[in-house]
Design a binder for this molecule. Structure first.
Ligand code: ADP
Ligand code: 6PG
Length: 180
């Protein structure tokens, strides 16, 4: 078994914040496993969001449990991972953290106008721009006094966001290593 420290990084934020893009970028740069959290939503949750109805806590608990199970499997394998998961409320993050010593959160904080612009442009996705208000209303930002989490204030481009994130995480971009 490897003795190197492992990390389970949850890239969080509202719809359109760039969680999937950034989490995939981190996975490519580090070789960590990647999970698209939305892939573990029960089908009924996706249908509900697609019809313009926000999820409730009851809708989200089984989904968060499934994400927790996925992280547990990485823990057993001693694999690091990066997970795109909205994790909007403190209680959701507490559930993911409970009994999982390597979980850490990384919030992508994007100005509302930019989120609108992105979601209006993204018309092939189940999450419509009209859902942004409820996502923003539901978001409980990690309180730096009580809940450690890194925050990326992002209104730059994707490459810049990835560069700043790797710097904040203190990890090297290994994706180009040996490609000279
Ligand atoms: N840093 C960024 N700058 C500009 N556009 C971005 C950035 N990150 C993501 N995007 C774009 O915003 C949209 C939403 O990104 P996505 O990663 O799917 O967000 P989320 O998973 O949080 O909903 C996509 O069209 C994506 O290409
Ligand atoms: O808790 C929630 O309300 C959902 O998880 C919600 O946040 C959604 O699944 C994604 O954020 C939408 O998908 P994108 O993140 O890919 O936009």
């Amino acid at each position: 078994m490897s003795t190197a420290a492992i990390r389970h990084l949850v890239v969080m934020g509202v719809s359109g914040a760039g969680k999937t893009t950034l989490a995939k970028g981190v996975a490519d740069a580090t070789g960590w496993d990647f999970l698209e959290g939305d892939a573990l939503h029960p089908r009924a949750n996706i249908a509900k969001m697609a019809s313009g109805h926000p999820l409730t806590d009851e809708d989200r608990w089984p989904w968060l449990e499934a994400i927790g199970d996925w992280i547990d499997a990485r823990e057993r394998e001693r694999e690091s991972a990066v997970i795109a998961c909205s994790a909007l409320k403190r209680s959701y993050r507490d559930l993911l953290r409970e009994g999982r010593p390597h979980v850490e959160f990384f919030l992508i904080d994007v100005p509302e106008e930019e989120l609108h612009r992105r979601l209006e442009q993204r018309d092939d996705h189940f999450m419509k721009a009209s859902m942004l208000r409820s996502q923003l209303d539901t978001l409980e930002r990690p309180d730096p006094r009580t809940e450690p989490a890194a925050v990326l204030r992002s209104d730059g481009d994707e490459d810049e966001a990835l560069r700043l994130t790797l710097e904040a995480l203190g990890v090297e971009d290994a994706s180009h290593a040996g490609s000279e």
